[in-house]
Each structure stands twice: as structure tokens, then as C-alpha cells.
Design a protein around this ligand. Sequence first.
Ligand code: PMV
Length: 329
Amino acid sequence: MTVSSAPGKLYLFGEHAVVYGEPAVACAIDRRARVTAEVRGDDRLRVESRDLTLDGFTVEYDGDAGDEMDVDVPTPLVEAAMGYVEGAVEQARDAADAPDAGLDLIVESDIPLGGGLSSSAAVIAATIDAASRELGVDLPPGDLADRAYRVEHDVQDGQASRTDTFCSTVGGAVRVEGEDCRRLGDPPNLPFVVGYDGGAGDTGELVAGVRELREEYDFAADTVRAIGDLVRRGERALAAGDVGTVGRLMDFDHGLLSALGVSARSLDAMVWAAREAGADGAKLTSAGGGGCIVALDDSRATRTALKYTPDCETAFRAELDREGVRAEE
Ligand code: PMV
């Protein structure tokens, strides 16, 4: 039996613009997906899911398209979750040169599903790591991140940047610009507060919306470039440990993302609640349309304000997690 975990992440700066080659900075946070893998005697795959926002479910099948899944939750949700797990298992089988290996998997996660904190990337990275180690192969982080990216890329029809899978694999704060992914030196501990509206935006639709806007309006292309400039400033502020400037730039970034049409009433309500509570900065994080905001505040005020914000379902403090994928036990 082999157990691995991987962290979720939030975008500090640069989501959406990263799709057009601008840099982005993301931080792994101390909310993890944990996957237990155990080889079984046949070539089947059994996946048991626990504590995901999606109700727990168990699926046993042989991966054959004709093999009906017998489950009691809506099939599209299960199929989406299974797409990631199945892709990750394929990568592990490939890495171990064991195409017919059967596995029992248990997936547990405390990352809100679909809210923009990269629950899928964390599940993919932890699954590839646990399954490949269970099959006798220790993948170096670069290879693991690459394989995790391929899974997300395939399942999301090419709409994914490398940010989520790279950040979940290596942990800490990362910078992504096109194919170039790197970990940032020694980032300060930022006092993250996350507000979650309980929903999720449709990433594909939101990315397509920004693409159309950018093609039609010069202001949108300029906005994407402005986000890139802001990210470069943000990197310098981060390197200098200047939390005040990081927060200010987060506020600007939220404004620019709103101009691109990817905010939502619930996200704006949470962002303003955080600002009025005295946060150093607040913005939506990831695709937008719904899901999470991130604010910086080392006092309790923002979390309390978010708890009393009708659009906010849950608010929690998060720490930068300097560790990426890791073996458990
Ligand atoms: O919703 P997520 O976590 O897949 O984030 C989407 C962020 C985008 O920049 C819009 C796309 C991407 O893959 O970076």
C-alpha cells in the first residue's frame, strides 16, 4: 500500500493572461488531496472517493467504455472526476511499463471541488505519485509535473496552463510563463484568507469569453498585457517581502480581471467585504465566474467579515505550503 498527497493552490496573480503567454504567480496552500494505491490481482481499477465536496462514491470497472458504472451520484460528475483519476493511472502504468496493472485507489481531499483551488491537479499529482510508487517507480518532480499536465490537458481539451499541475507537484510559490515553470526562491508567509461562494465557474467558457473579447477589443488585449506587467511588479514585491504592495497589486489584478468579464457578483461581494475589513488586498482566484477569492489579512477581521457575507459559504485561513507531492506515512 502506498500513500501520497499533493497540495491545492491559488493564483496570486496572472490567471487568464497566462493563457496568452504572460507570466503568472501561484502559491500552493495547506489543503491537500491524499491518494492511497494498492496493487490488485487483476487488471481492474477500483476508485473509492471520500470527503470530496462531491459525495463519497465507489466505482469499480475495467475502463472499457461499454462498462456501465453503477453509482448513486450524477454520472457526469463521476465521469469528470474519473477522467482525471483514470488519466493519472494511465500515466503511472506507462511510467512503470505495466499497462495491465490493476489498482485499488482511495481518494480523499479537503480542497473544495471545482472552486478554483486546483483540486483536480492535486488529485492527479497524488494519484500518479502513489500509483507509480506502488508499481515500483519513483518519478522525479519534473517528470511527474509533465505527466500531470498531460492528464489535465487531455481531460480539459487543451484549455489548461501548466500552473496548477506544476504548483501541486513542486509546492511553494511558482512562476509560470508559457512552458517555463519555476519555483520562486524564498517567498514570505502571506496571510491568506480564502472565501468560497460554494459554486464554480465554467473554466472553458470563461477562457473562451476572454479569447473573444481579446480578439474584438483592443482594450482587452491591452488588459491582458497590463496583467503581465502587474505580475512582474508582483514578483519583485514578493521577493522583497513587501506584503502591502503585493496586496495592492492583487486589488488591481481583480479590477483588470473584472474588465475581462470573469468576475461575478458573489466574488465582488466577497472581495469588497475583505477590503472593507481592512485586508491588504483581495481578488478572485483562478477562472472566476464563481468559486473562491483570496485576501491578505493577518488579523481575524477579513475572515469574520466574510462569514457574515451572504454570498460567502465558507471562509478559511490558508498557509503557503512549501511542500509539493509527498509520500505519506
Ligand atoms: O479554474 P482553474 O483552476 O482551472 O484555473 C483557470 C485559470 C486560467 O488561467 C483561466 C486557465 C489556466 O489553466 O491557467
